[in-house]
Design a protein around this ligand. Structure first.
Ligand code: AMP
Length: 220
C-alpha cells in the first residue's frame, strides 16, 4: 500500500504514521525525522536545513525531492510505504509523481487528518519529543514520569519549531503551500480520505484503519 499522509503540524500525523506503518508493515518515511537525524549528526544537509526548520519554514524543494527519491528507491519500499511530511509543495507533488512513474508505481491513497487551528496551537505548544523518536503531549498524552521518555528513559525536549512564533509560521506555511495539494490530488482523481483528527489517538487510528481496510488494497 503506497500512502501519503497529510495533516497540519500538531494533527498527530507522526503518531498515526508510526502506528499505521507498524500495522500495515510498510516503512514510515518522515522527511522531518530524516532532516532531524541529519541535524543531530551535523551533516552538511542537516546544517543547511537547520535555519529553515528552526523558523518553521520549508527546506528548499530540490533538497527534499532528492531525499525522498533516495529513500523510496530503498528495498524496504518495494511492497509499500507511508510518506509523512512529503509532499508539502506543488513541485514536490509533481516530483513524486515522476519518481513513482519511473519506478512503475503509483500512490494508492492520500489520507488527510483534519484538526481546527485552536486545537493545533494548544497541542503543539505542549508537545515534547524524545531523541528516540517518541512524542508526548503534556496534557493529552503525558509521559508516566514528568519530562522522561516512557520508552527509553531519556529526557524529553521542546522542539525549537514548537515554540510560539515558529508554530504560527508553520500553520501559515501549511495553509498556503501544503493544503492546496488536497485539491491537486482531488483533481488528479486520487482516492482521498479525510478523518477528524480532533478525536483521541486510538479513535483516529481506528477510523483510519477502518477506511483503509474498506479499500482492500493489496501489496503494490
Ligand atoms: P515535520 O517533522 O514533518 O513537522 O517537519 C519539520 C520541519 O522539517 C518542517 O517544518 C520543515 O522545515 C522541514 N521539512 C520536513 N519535510 C519537509 C518537506 N517535505 N519540504 C520542506 N521542508 C520540510
Amino acid at each position: 500500500m503506497n500512502i501519503v499522509l497529510f495533516g497540519p503540524p500538531g494533527s498527530g500525523k507522526g503518531t498515526q504514521a508510526k502506528m499505521l506503518a507498524e500495522k500495515y508493515r510498510i516503512p514510515h518515511i518522515s522527511t522531518g525525522d530524516i532532516l532531524r537525524d541529519n541535524l543531530k549528526r551535523k551533516t552538511k544537509l542537516g546544517l543547511e536545513a537547520k535555519s529553515y526548520m528552526d523558523k518553521g519554514e520549508l527546506v528548499p524543494d530540490d533538497v527534499l525531492i532528492g531525499i525522498t527519491k533516495d529513500r523510496l528507491s530503498q528495498s524496504d519500499c518495494a511492497s509499500g510505504f507511508l510518506l509523512d511530511g512529503y509532499p508539502r509543495t506543488l513541485p514536490q507533488a509533481d516530483a513524486l509523481s515522476k519518481i513513482l512513474n519511473a519506478m512503475g508505481k503509483k500512490l494508492d491513497v492520500v489520507l488527510n487528518i483534519d484538526v481546527p487551528d485552536d486545537e493545533l496551537i494548544k497541542r503543539l505548544a505542549g508537545r515534547r519529543m524524545c531523541v528516540c523518536g517518541a512524542s508526548y503531549q503534556i496534557v493529552f498524552n503525558p509521559p508516566k514520569q514528568e519530562r522522561i521518555c516512557d520508552l527509553c528513559g531519556n529526557t524529553l525536549y521542546h522542539r525549537d519549531d514548537d515554540k510560539e512564533e515558529a508554530i504560527m509560521n508553520r500553520l501559515d506555511v501549511y495553509k498556503h503551500q501544503t493544503q492546496p495539494l488536497i485539491n491537486y490530488y482531488t483533481k488528479e482523481g486520487m482516492m482521498l480520505l479525510t478523518v477528524n483528527g480532533a478525536a483521541g489517538i486510538s479513535e483516529v487510528f481506528d477510523e483510519i484503519c477502518r477506511l483503509l481496510d474498506n479499500l482492500k488494497i493489496g501489496d503494490s
